[in-house]
Design a protein around this ligand. Sequence first.
Ligand SMILES: Cc1cc2nc3c(=O)[nH]c(=O)nc-3n(C[C@H](O)[C@H](O)[C@H](O)COP(=O)(O)O)c2cc1C
Length: 142
Amino acid sequence: MNIEVRFFSRGGHTKKVAEAIAEAAGVAPEAITVPFSKPVDLLFLGGGIYAGKPASEVLEYAKALSGGNVKRVAFFSTSMSPTNGFAAQVEENIANDIEVIEPAFHCPGQFLFFNRKRPKEEDLSKAKDFAAKTIHKLHPPT
Ligand SMILES: Cc1cc2nc3c(=O)[nH]c(=O)nc-3n(C[C@H](O)[C@H](O)[C@H](O)COP(=O)(O)O)c2cc1C
């Protein structure tokens, strides 16, 4: 199974989560500017929330994904608010032939005086668990 991790991170918080997910998946995390070298069975796609929305770069990226190249996607995000709508807003931009794996993963990300020092180690452990469970769902050990 080819797993890829792509993220968009202005302040580095989502990047930390991407690194944890990639570690659990045994792959390298990459920014969304890095293309795939082969078809993808599972893409972990993440970003932050800025003024209530995912970055336009992420929405454009999601729109350009093709079901011929990416079978499934699982979302992760960081934001100040726990109900950030990242997954729902990005999913609207995803082609119908790409399967969206639920649940998505949300992690608190520091913003001004909110969520100070998040993500912290405990958050990154949860991110690793999320990655392991998502992969396990698709590929249970025999
Ligand atoms: C300009 C700006 C606007 C933001 N707007 C929101 C927002 O509307 N809702 C929210 O929950 N978090 C908001 N945040 C917090 C970010 O989503 C949070 O810091 C996140 O971890 C950023 O991810 P990044 O460091 O990977 O870019 C905002 C942050 C910035 C810098």
